[in-house]
Write a protein that binds this ligand. Sequence first.
Ligand code: NAD
Length: 378
Amino acid sequence: SLIFIPRELDANEPRVAASPDTVKRLTGLGFDVIVETGAGTRSRIPDEDFAKAGATIGKAADVAKADVVLKVRRPTDAELKGYKSGAAVIAIMDPYGNDAAVAALAKAGVTAFSMEFMPRITRAQSMDVLSSQANLAGYQAVIDGASEYDRALPMMMTAAGTVPAAKVFIMGVGVAGLQAIATARRLGAVVTATDVRPAAKEQVASLGAKFLAVEDDEFKAAETAGGYAKEMSKEYQAKQAALTAEHIAKQDIVITTALIPGRPAPKLVSAVMVASMKPGSVIVDLAVERGGNVEGAVPGQVVTTANNVKIVGHLNVPGRVAASASLLYAKNLFTFVETLVDKTTKALAINRDDELVKATMLTDGGKVVHPAFAKAAE
Ligand code: NAD
């Protein structure tokens, strides 16, 4: 079978869905691999490195021959025109709120897999693109926050005087938030963090940060069986806002990462809270592409407010550490592809009863098959 790795066309997508390491492993599985010329350029992987690993360097039109296409972003309608019907396409499909795009995948006849639906079970841990990318985003958010902040983060006692440690507040401590805590601590900041899931409390403490949350009965039940947060009630949100308001006014850098699967991001920082912060403070909104946690955050911009607080709303934050992000993403995809191959015949053999396939398969045989989207497509 033939695997094709295209160059991502989105101007804001520097990542690539393969690395020299995964190309080598894919050829080891029995695949022929074609990498589109320039696919790795923005992740610092030159064509030669892919070629040395066993890939043929090709052009965009080679996708027509591919049985499997590995991508970062969902293919556009224009891209889909070149795909072979029946090809497996593996990417971050971002299907929520994109019914037309999902229908287009079905219409193209491709078997589309949405990597972000990979179940968070032990067997699939190495295929978890949300974790691999969120971890880097959490790291990069601190780097971005620190670089917009006009002061040093660690306490520095020098002959010329003392620089106080920066106070950093992390809102939402899933994968990104935990890495943000660890990164801010390494830089010497005094770190506090909040979440609505009780499990977060111990994790925050184990990283040496202080946990702050409204710990009522609703909080005790806020975690779903899947480990995600529920959308909280109006009452809870009001209590949370009161607690946050007091704390935020004293912070130097705030990093927000709060998400709810399939829902808009919860609004955690109001304009009034932003206005209460000291001049020179920085807020980094990692949820900006999903509606934002911070009032006044603008996707793709660094906004400076009237009271001189910067609100950072960079797009595609994992893409800001593209070379690292691509290596991990490529490995996530490789591990999944490995499960789609028959070990003896070395042929592609998608087992539609496998729970990983069931959870991630979005379209198949001309239809939208994922239970969360099949209804909308009827
Ligand atoms: P996420 O990206 O969906 O959300 C980020 C964080 O925002 C979460 O911790 C969530 O609780 C929090 N949040 C949501 N609403 C909030 C609100 N109103 N106020 C404050 N915080 C709010 O989360 P994630 O990083 O994908 O992690 C979700 C869970 O999955 C965590 O428990 C994590 O440890 C777990 N996880 C498990 C595995 C695995 O078992 N393989 C892998 C990765 C993550």
